[in-house]
Design a protein around this ligand. Structure first.
Ligand code: ARG
Length: 259
């Protein structure tokens, strides 16, 4: 009897562990696509009161270009999009772990990232820019040499500044970088163009400085776990259609003009 109880306990425990693991897997519900993002990146993804998509538990809502794209990809395939909002640095690991089905996060397609995940065809072209205070003497990327530079941890902006060989401080969020700049604690923020425009629009006294020689074009793609060709094909088909019929460019206009 005692032994039976013990065996039962072990079996129950194993069941629990199995359940836990399957709950971790994102693909348990065939009708849901779990998109991972880091919703600190307007106009692509932000946490809002009333958005176009929500977290799995419905407690958080999101809006932005990427969020609208995710919804369309899911809906056009008879599925529901849900958002898992996590740190930007953790997105690719979460994808590899099966915690996410896809990752849509204004994420630049880079060779390093391509070693870890598979990317869709590009859906948006961006570039790094510098945000400075009006009247700053920073006119080119080289002018940052002796300045205090702020970047966001893990963003391509950090990689680019590293490539230039300059010192920098990395922050968790773009808004933290901008606050440093506004408060005079740094001289320049290096971040993606559309997001920079949003920050400049929201904060008086800031301007954007571009340097097309130092900052190359970057292309955003949606990432899936390596080898998930079924989902990738579906995503690529949708992106192709949305590029062809102007959906993505009108979303870009809509979300950059908002507010
Ligand atoms: N494009 C940059 C990169 O790939 C920044 C992306 C940040 N995205 C975000 N959702 N926080 O590193």
């Amino acid at each position: 009897m005692k032994k039976f109880t013990r065996v039962l306990a072990v079996v129950l425990a194993l069941c629990c562990v199995a359940c836990m693991f399957s709950a971790c897997g994102s693909s348990k519900d065939e009708n849901v696509i779990v998109f991972g993002t880091n919703a600190e990146f307007p106009p692509f993804e932000s946490v809002v009161a009333n958005g176009v998509v929500s977290s799995a538990d419905g407690t958080q809502q999101y809006d932005g270009i990427d969020m609208a794209i995710a919804v369309k990809i899911a809906e056009n395939n008879g599925k529901t999009a849900v958002i898992n909002n996590i740190e930007f640095d953790s997105l690719l690991v979460a994808l590899q772990n099966g915690q996410l089905d896809a990752c849509i996060a204004g994420m630049t397609i880079t060779e390093d990232r391509m070693k870890e995940v598979d990317f869709s065809i590009p859906y948006y072209t961006a570039t790094q820019v510098m945000i400075v205070k009006e009247g700053s003497d920073i006119k080119t990327a080289q002018d940052m040499a002796d300045k205090k530079i702020a970047v966001v941890q893990g963003y391509t902006g950090q990689t680019v500044v590293e490539g230039l060989g300059f010192e920098f401080t990395a922050f968790k969020k773009g808004t933290e970088c901008v606050l440093e700049l506004v408060n005079g604690k740094c001289d320049v923020v290096v971040i993606d163009s559309a997001t920079a425009q949003k920050y400049v629009a929201d904060n008086a006294g800031l301007v954007i400085v571009e340097d097309a020689t130092a900052f190359e074009a970057e292309e955003y793609g949606i990432a899936v776990k390596k080898g998930n060709t079924e989902l990738l094909d579906m995503i690529n088909k949708e992106i192709e259609a949305m590029l062809a019929d102007g959906t993505i460019s009108s979303l870009a206009v809509q979300y950059t003009e908002a507010e």
